[in-house]
Design a protein around this ligand. Structure first.
Ligand code: SME
Length: 160
């Protein structure tokens, strides 16, 4: 049985398994992509400690447009290939950035952000959105986070 909350002390693998299961439970049978992204942003915020921003940018036309998120107000439009999000969207590859100040072209929406993880959501070989996580702690994200958020992205392909 899933719960929409992390269990204290659980392993990273178990935490992400619960997060993905919760996301599936919340989005299955719901066709509204905004509602689904909003609930998944809330889940990310609830399950993952030490974040200052969690949410989505969607591919619209030839760029990215801000989607549902939790955190401070953020840049609305990002050009493909620009910043961490635009790089993830243009390459189709996850960007794990331990130090945002060392990432060429990083877009500082929240001056508190020190590390970032951006995972593309790919449907039929096309990037349709990215999941963006920011932390005020340097090197907050690990390969466990990469694997976990990639599993989440795969689970959302048909619901956002
Ligand atoms: N830092 C991102 C921009 C989005 S905010 O972090 C919410 C980037 O460089 O693409």
């Amino acid at each position: 049985m899933f719960s929409f909350a992390p269990t204290p002390g659980q392993s990273s693998a178990d935490l992400y398994a619960d997060l993905v299961e919760s996301a599936r439970a919340l989005t299955t049978g719901e066709s509204d992509s905004v509602a689904n992204m909003a609930n998944v942003a809330a889940l990310l915020w609830q399950f993952l400690p030490d974040l200052n921003w969690a949410g989505f940018y969607r591919v619209v036309g030839d760029g990215l447009v801000l989607g549902p998120f939790i955190g401070k107000p953020a840049c609305i439009r990002i050009a493909m290939g620009q910043g961490v999000c635009g790089t993830a969207a243009a390459s189709g590859e996850t960007q794990l950035v331990p130090d945002v100040h060392a990432f060429p072209g990083h877009i500082a929406c929240d001056a508190l952000s020190r590390s970032e993880l951006v995972v593309p959501v790919v449907r039929d070989g096309r990037v349709i959105a990215v999941i963006d996580l920011d932390s005020p702690t340097p090197a907050r994200f690990t390969h466990d986070d990469t694997r976990g958020v990639e599993a989440l992205a795969a689970a959302l392909v048909n619901s956002i």
